[in-house]
Write a protein that binds this ligand. Structure first.
Ligand code: PLP
Length: 422
């Protein structure tokens, strides 16, 4: 049915105010945060200790350390894995920047592996070709909340003596083979920043079951000391350290949100299922999937435009941008999740992190190739995707998911108007 698109002056499917803000706040958040404020330790205080214990129990890990970001927790994973100057770490070619820059933070070298189109995750079949005698670890990113095939990643890691760091920053509560991510590799990192499934403003969590890894991570976390605040510290710096600790107010809010996390994830899953049901059969779209045995948390619902079917494989980026503009004009909060694949980013192309070409020019490093033709699938994904997060989050229910589907279907059924966008 022909309808006038909002970008051409027609009515919006999702007028302002349709999507309620994330995260939902209630009295339990207010009470926890105010109690922390009235407390006496605003640094690494009692809420930090309790948050660690409660998160470890929720996720099924022996140990958790609360951090001021997911990036900090990833960096701690590198150190926990024993990575050092010139060691190579395998990373997917499409992820958040710090899935790869955390590697350079410890003077190590990221080696990129292309992604698999269907799952958008690292192509497990391509990992072994990237392993060299210098490879120390794999960063397995559970992108957009869909787990990587951890059984296969762990088998490859065992065969080559590698450590697996799970980047679960987007994947709270996602499961592979019935087990939660972050408890499947040797250690893992979660993020609690604004749009994550557990939001405490900023913040993160490092998790592991391994005592030795825990101790190494803890040293990096708190100035290179080996004693945590609260223990009897000698303030001696034993190793390279940063200040990655969380603070009590943020941890208090994180604890309040953790109590509601299972419910929020349930709402998100229902909304994603509703979107899929209503988008099924809309021509020109490739919908996201969760293969058998994988439990998605639907942190980000990413659709791809079938540019071949739409007759736009020659100018995919330009047409993708027009489609996104038309969707946004309908009031749908959607857009590119990343504008570049990781190896295309300047820091990797220039091979200069710390100046003078370090870490790539470090005498312990070996040359690596970041030519972009090695990553055709990540490039295709980038050129054809648009993602959405907030319309799926609680407290929004399926009424919002249905409107989101309606906005997408409206745009995809009126492509002549999209073609005309200047
Ligand atoms: C996959 C992934 N890894 C790492 C991070 C870094 O987390 P943070 O922003 O808490 O440092 C993010 C999010 O920002 C992410 O999406």
């Amino acid at each position: 049915m022909t309808q006038k698109l909002a970008i051409a002056g027609g009515p919006q499917v999702m007028p302002p105010g349709t999507v309620k803000p994330w995260p939902p706040i209630d009295d339990s958040d207010r009470q926890m945060v105010l109690a922390s404020l009235e407390g006496e330790n605003h640094s690494f205080g009692p809420n930090c200790v309790a948050f660690q214990e409660e998160f470890a129990a929720w996720n099924g890990n022996k140990h958790a350390i609360t951090t001021n970001s997911g990036t900090a927790a990833l960096h701690m994973g590198l150190v926990a894995a024993g990575c050092g100057a010139g060691d190579e770490v395998i990373v997917p070619a499409y992820s958040w920047s710090s899935s790869a820059t955390c590697v350079m933070q410890h003077n190590c070298i990221p080696v990129f592996v292309d992604i698999e189109f269907d799952t958008m995750n690292m192509d497990v079949d391509k990992i072994e070709a990237a392993v060299t005698p210098r490879t120390k670890a794999i960063i397995a990113v559970h992108l957009h909340g869909l787990p990587v095939n951890m059984e296969r990643v762990m088998a490859i890691a065992d065969k080559h003596g590698l450590t697996v760091i799970e980047d679960a920053c987007q994947a709270h509560g996602a499961k592979f083979d019935g087990r939660k991510v972050g408890a499947l590799g040797h250690c893992g990192a979660f993020s609690f920043n604004q749009n994550k499934c557990l939001c405490s403003g900023e913040g993160g969590m490092f998790v592991t079951d391994d005592e030795a890894m825990l101790e190494r991570a803890k040293a990096l976390w708190s100035f290179g000391e080996t004693k945590a605040p609260g223990d009897s510290r000698d303030y001696h710096v034993y190793a390279m350290g940063w200040m990655y600790r969380n603070n009590d107010l943020t941890a208090a809010w994180g604890r309040a949100q953790l109590r509601k996390l299972d419910h929020h994830l349930e709402v998100q899953r229902e909304n994603a299922a509703c979107l899929t049901e209503h988008l099924q059969g809309v021509p020109g779209l490739i919908l996201p999937t969760a293969p058998e045995g994988y439990e998605h948390n639907w942190y980000n619902y990413t659709i791809r435009f079938d540019m071949e079917a739409l007759g736009h494989s020659h100018d995919a980026r330009a047409f993708r941008d027009k489609l996104i503009r038309a969707l946004r004009a309908e009031g749908l909060d959607t857009g590119l999740w990343q504008s570049f694949i990781l190896p295309a980013m300047t820091v990797f192309q220039a091979k200069d992190g710390y100046g003078k070409g370090c870490p790539w020019s470090c005498p312990h490093a070996h040359p690596v190739d970041y030519s972009l033709d090695q990553f055709p699938v990540a490039t295709k994904h980038l050129e054809t995707h648009t993602g959405m997060t907030y319309p799926l989050r609680a407290p929004n229910g399926t009424e919002v998911a249905k409107l989101a589907a309606k906005a997408v279907a409206k745009v995809m059924s009126n492509l002549d108007q999209v073609e005309d966008i200047q």
